[in-house]
Design a protein around this ligand. Structure first.
Ligand code: PSU
Ligand code: MN
Length: 306
């Protein structure tokens, strides 16, 4: 049997793409597993509204009853946010979710993959997945990295999640051939924190420069992603001392509970939210908001029909 599994693109997203108007993909794992209820749905709707107000079409990606959707309806978004049994899907989970008609939120990896197949070129999230601390023994490295190595899409993020081994993640991004650009900075951001203590080789100071990088990557026939690392302003970051203290506790607790695989990242983010009395949640939301706004500006600079 040979047939191609379709990605279902919503009518408004398909129209925008056909007209060359700007479109930004958004992921759903952050909605279903990264942010607590009821803030998750509020934030998901706010992000979409903000893009529309800026003249950019949002395309939230997710799997609904086995359908691979690019551009979720309001009802589907609500299901991602409030439904029970929403799985967390990376690329490798997609065939199983399709065949079993399951519903799943898509990670950075699965979102980038499906968005690209639909022809969407710009994507925004909070922080990328990457190499976990202790990965030398656990081998826990997010599939986000491998997918970005073979998916020509531009991802706007506040760096990689600070719960990770940031230095090792940057090394892997280099090995995998993923372009990394600081937005308005040569410091690599630290997700909840404005900077991670690491530098990046390249900097872009305006959306037009990012669009030119995308055009150059296309011209070279590269099939890897461009990561635009957009830091939170220092005044908006989580207090670094509080951050480091909570991180140590969170990692110790995850180890005590013997966590492995998919639950690790949601557990650590949730631990942060509880231990910081919501301060990390607000920093996370500020970062996502800022990344989505920047992604909208990059999509406008990129799109011929803006
Ligand atoms: N950014 C956030 N919150 C999140 C994520 C990103 O601000 O919850 C999600 C993304 O979907 C990313 C995933 O792909 O966390 C990484 O999970 P893992 O480490 O299991 O690959
Ligand atoms: Mn993992």
């Amino acid at each position: 049997m040979s047939r191609s599994t379709s990605v279902i693109v919503s009518a408004e997203v398909a129209e925008a793409l056909a007209a060359g108007r700007p479109v930004v993909a958004l992921e759903s794992t952050i909605i279903a597993h990264g942010l607590p209820r009821p803030r998750n749905l509020e934030v998901a709707l706010e992000l979409e509204d903000g893009l529309r107000a800026a003249g950019v079409m949002p395309a939230t990606v997710g799997v609904v009853d086995g359908d691979l959707m690019v551009g979720l309806s309001g009802a589907a978004l609500e299901r991602m946010a409030t439904g029970d049994g929403i799985a967390k899907a990376s690329v490798r989970d997609l065939p199983a979710a399709v065949a079993t008609k399951s519903s799943a939120a898509t990670t950075v990896a699965a979102t980038a993959f499906l968005a690209r197949r639909a022809g969407v070129r710009v994507f925004a999230t909070g922080g990328l997945g990457g190499v976990h601390r202790g990965a030398g023994a656990s081998f826990d490295e997010s599939a986000d990295l491998h997918t970005l190595a073979r998916t020509p899409i531009t991802v706007v993020c506040a760096g990689v999640k600070s719960i990770l081994d940031v230095a090792a993640t940057l090394e892997r991004l280099e090995t995998l051939g993923v372009t990394v650009v600081g937005y308005g900075t040569d410091r690599f951001p630290g997700f909840y924190l404005s900077e991670s203590g690491h530098t990046v080789d390249w900097q872009a100071d305006d959306p037009g420069t990012v669009a030119e990088m995308m055009a150059a990557a296309d011209g070279l026939g590269l099939d890897s992603a461009i990561v635009v690392a957009n830091p939170l302003p220092a005044a908006e970051q989580l207090d670094p001392e509080l951050h480091d203290r909570i991180l140590e506790e969170a990692l110790a607790e995850a180890a005590r509970e013997g966590l492995h695989g998919k639950p690790v990242t949601p557990f650590l983010l949730d631990y942060f939210q509880r231990a910081s009395a919501g301060a990390s949640l607000e920093a996370n939301i500020r970062a996502v908001r800022s990344n989505v706004a920047l992604a909208g500006r990059i999509a406008r600079a990129w799109s011929p029909g803006r």
